[in-house]
Design a protein around this ligand. Structure first.
Ligand code: SD4
Length: 327
């Protein structure tokens, strides 16, 4: 007996490994492209608020590129989130530096890295994409560009993050934040709009207590984010160095191009990360992916990663990612 659409969508959402027999037993496609539009998917529990903002745009027929930017701006402005935007944990010298990138349905992209003192790196990245002939600006150049574009200068270091940093220094730098929620909370958000166009955004303060000058995967097109409007999009969270080594999100999209579902593509990409990183048991890496038909998936190394999804048949909610290692 065929499962109804709702069941199929849910089985897609919780991953191919969760109910493989149901997915495998489908003999006819139960989803037409119209069924799953619009869709928004984003990393970690701050994704709920980000999705809500993105959904307001998507539900009224707005463009995916506007939705992804608006969504992650919510996270960037939340001072309680200690891994994105204001409130982000600083580097080892006590300075907060931000990385972000964005891609639209035309394959245009913009990126900023090592950006200080600006609340919305994602919007600066979008301005790089739309107003310059470059893809990436870093450090002082990115800041000068942002100021020239009218972005105000703000203090990104909150009392809480300053205190955490001071405690970390006193602990003689032996204590590293835990692998999941404390250290790796980048927001990556993908959207498929009613028109069937895909866009993505990714923004972070990076790994807490990182070396001065360190840039992770999040602003690197192909590593922390990749969107190909013919196929789908992917974004990453976790230990950026490992994601860069595997060019993770480009890999996820290429795996979808080869015919893999978003779920399977994320699983294969995590396997590639594992193959390329001998220390893989010590790090977290997670991917989320969304294809052109609105199907999505996620996979990670360590249990604990979750993501937020909303589409016409699913209220905005958190879904646990399957993982290679259990708790
Ligand atoms: C980084 N990938 O800078 C980022 C951190 C992260 O969820 O993803 N946090 O390495």
């Amino acid at each position: 007996m065929h499962k109804n659409r709702r069941t199929f969508i849910k089985s897609t959402a919780i991953g191919a490994t969760a109910i493989p027999s149901i997915v495998a037993s489908l003999s006819e496609p139960l989803l037409s492209e119209d069924d799953l539009k619009p869709v928004v998917i984003s990393t970690w529990n701050h994704g709920l608020a980000a999705n809500e903002a993105a959904w307001k745009i998507l539900a009224t027929g707005g463009k995916a590129i506007d939705a992804v930017e608006s969504g992650v701006r919510i996270t960037e402005s939340d001072p309680t989130g200690q891994s994105v935007g204001i409130g982000g944990r600083p580097d080892m010298t006590g300075e907060v530096t931000l990385d972000a990138c964005i891609m639209n349905e035309h394959g245009d992209c913009g990126s900023v890295a090592y950006l200080k003192g600006i609340e919305h790196p994602i919007s600066v990245a979008r301005a790089v994409m739309e107003k310059t002939r470059h893809v990436m600006l870093v450090g002082d150049g990115a800041k000068e560009f942002a100021l020239a574009q009218g972005f105000p200068e703000v203090n990104l270091l909150t009392e809480k993050s300053k205190k955490d940093w001071e405690e970390w220094k006193v602990s003689q730098r032996k204590v590293l934040p835990k692998i999941n929620v404390e250290n790796h909370d980048t927001i990556g958000l993908l959207a498929l709009d009613k028109n069937g166009d895909l866009s993505g955004a990714c923004t972070t303060s990076g790994a807490a207590w990182k070396m001065k000058g360190r840039v992770g995967d999040s602003p690197i097109i192909g590593a922390g984010l990749y969107v190909d409007n013919e196929i789908g999009g992917a974004t990453a969270t976790g230990w950026g160095e490992a994601v860069i080594r595997a060019v993770g999100c480009f890999l996820v999209v290429e795996l979808m191009r080869q015919g893999n579902s978003p779920q399977k593509a994320c699983e294969l990409a995590v396997q590639r990360v594992i193959d390329k990183n001998p220390d893989w048991r010590e790090i977290q890496v997670g991917f989320i992916a969304l294809n052109k038909s609105g199907e999505y998936g996620a996979y990670c190394i360590h249990a604990g990663f979750d993501y937020a999804v909303q589409h016409p048949k699913l209220d905005n909610q958190m879904i646990k990612s399957d993982s290679r290692l259990s708790l």
